[in-house]
Design a protein. Sequence first.
Length: 89
Amino acid sequence: MGNEFGHPEWIDFPRPENGWSHHHCRRRWDLAEDDLLRYKFFQAFDELMNACENRFQWLPSEHQYVTVKSNEDKVIAFERGDAFFVFNF
């Protein structure tokens, strides 16, 4: 889980600005197992996207095209390889 998914703790990877510290370099993989939280849905989405990639091999494709991108409607539709994705946020 990264900060982009609302990780409950500060995550900071080793870098020159923090003296290459590992103190905040951690993940809470147990969050998806807590039924009171919604992280299980992020984990399920991640697993399905990985299964999709394993089946259709779209990641290494050079064909990439954004069909629709609308901040107002919170929708993005794009092609990658032979796959077509639509996300409604």
